[in-house]
Design a protein around this ligand. Sequence first.
Ligand SMILES: NC(=O)C1=CN([C@@H]2O[C@H](COP(=O)(O)OP(=O)(O)OC[C@H]3O[C@@H](n4cnc5c(N)ncnc54)[C@H](O)[C@@H]3O)[C@@H](O)[C@H]2O)[C@@H](O)CC1
Ligand SMILES: [K+]
Length: 536
Amino acid sequence: MISAYSGTQVRAAEEPLLAAGLGDVLMQRAAHGLANAVITELRARGRRLYGTRVVVLAGKGNNGGDGLYAAAFLAGRGMRTTAVLTGGAAHPAALAAFLRAGGHAEELTGETLKPLAAETARAGVVIDAILGTGAKGGLRGSAAALVEAVLEARRTDGGNGFVVACDLPSGVNADSGEAAGPVLPADLTVTFGGAKAGLLADPGADHAGRVHVVPIGIEEHLPAPALRRLEEAELSRLLPQPARRAHKYSRGVLGIVAGSVQYPGAAVLACRGALAAGVGMVRYLGPPEVAHLVRQSCPEVVCSDGAVADNRVQAWLVGSGMGPEDHEQLARARDAIQSGLPVVADAGALPALPSKLAPHVVLTPHAGELAALLKRLEGEADARFGDREAVEAATFDAVRKAAGLTGATVLLKGPATLVAIPGGEAFSQADGTPWLATAGSGDVLAGVIGALLAQAGSAVEPYRFLGMGDDGRWAALAALGAALHGIAGRAASDARSGGPITAGGVAEAIPEIWGKVSMLSNSGAWKRNSHSQPLR
Ligand SMILES: NC(=O)C1=CN([C@@H]2O[C@H](COP(=O)(O)OP(=O)(O)OC[C@H]3O[C@@H](n4cnc5c(N)ncnc54)[C@H](O)[C@@H]3O)[C@@H](O)[C@H]2O)[C@@H](O)CC1
Ligand SMILES: [K+]
């Protein structure tokens, strides 16, 4: 699991070591980690160190100090290093070490801005160390102008140097991932002590590139993370396996209220997602025309046009492919949401939610749907997240706000899918491929999460190892669903040499992904499925 922290959490964890006079030691560890990452990257690209040009953009704080010490180390390895001092001053000891190592420093002024931007754009390696966790707002003034000029120079002259962000891309908010000003997108972010939450939430995640965490000795002082990302070991642990004496009802029955005469395919895809994700049985409730199509495509599904109360299920999925005119389906969706059972509320169910929900209700909006929901809840006049762009500019804040206002677990779909519960605990999963942005993909995801809710029952024990409160299990299941869906999408595309995929193709890829992931033990070794018989 990747654990990510707010800037404040990391700074608090540094406090005891700073008080013990270890500030410079921490900085040296960070700088070594950064320099080593640059060397590893150059070697992986088959580039020699000696003579390669490095430009470090160094702010006046400790982030700039890390960058300068790292550049000093690289200068010692024969790299040609220039420091651009963006804040009119620099960390004194780090600058002295950099100059001693043979580095060359330039002040950023109105006159030097253009040539320094051109030099940065041409450099083989750029270390972005303007701002770190001490940033207040985005890049401003001459540092902002420099980054804009570098971006422009790269656009026009095609510079393709490798950009490494020191701790986080400068101007990205460490807590939220927001970027109020220009940002130099990184190929790699080398972050210290623990990942910052803003590196796992868009738009910060988009700017961060790959994220590499360098331990610096503060780890034991870190609190529970602000954001978690499940990796294969946790996914393997969370995936349910049928008991030897399981029957279809004990394995979980999912009721699906989805699709409409206008969008019948959504019902089919939600059913296919659910069937692929291990549920014992799917019951479909909807208009006869849609039920007919569901029966044709998924003969495993039991269809009816009856009432929610007449169907014994362990969880519901409601809303995919439904519109405001589908009164009968919306009435069923409301009944399901009020049943007290775990529910996935998707698409058409989102505008019709009751005002107070609980974390066993999992909302699955995309950015546009989340904006509409927040606009309704916050009131049009005060809405900070009035449109899709506002949500996309601050995804982590938006999803936490929605969880807080509704009381539900909220999953915001995107390249980094975020899941939050009202208490603030959250997950970020980025397992997929941009090919997943295809019609019907969300219906499959809703089906997968519904299936996981149906299989989970009310048990809390299997989730304890995540170190979250009991309500966190709903978010964990939603994150597990997002991960399965993402990995399956990637596998489906890989099977076509990286080509496009369809929503149906994602559903088809899920069982094999499930099998592969569930056979990975926590130590990363292969294990036997719990239901398989020992071979003698
Ligand atoms: N505190 C520690 O013990 C450690 C800190 N480390 C590094 O230190 C960084 C944090 O250092 P600092 O607290 O000095 O903060 P930063 O280096 O992030 O920046 C602080 C400086 O930038 C200015 N500033 C803030 N917002 C600005 C904006 N929007 N535009 C222009 N200037 C702005 C501030 O006035 C201040 O002078 C971390 O990101 C990490 O890289 C590491 O060396 C590890 C140890
Ligand atoms: K930085």
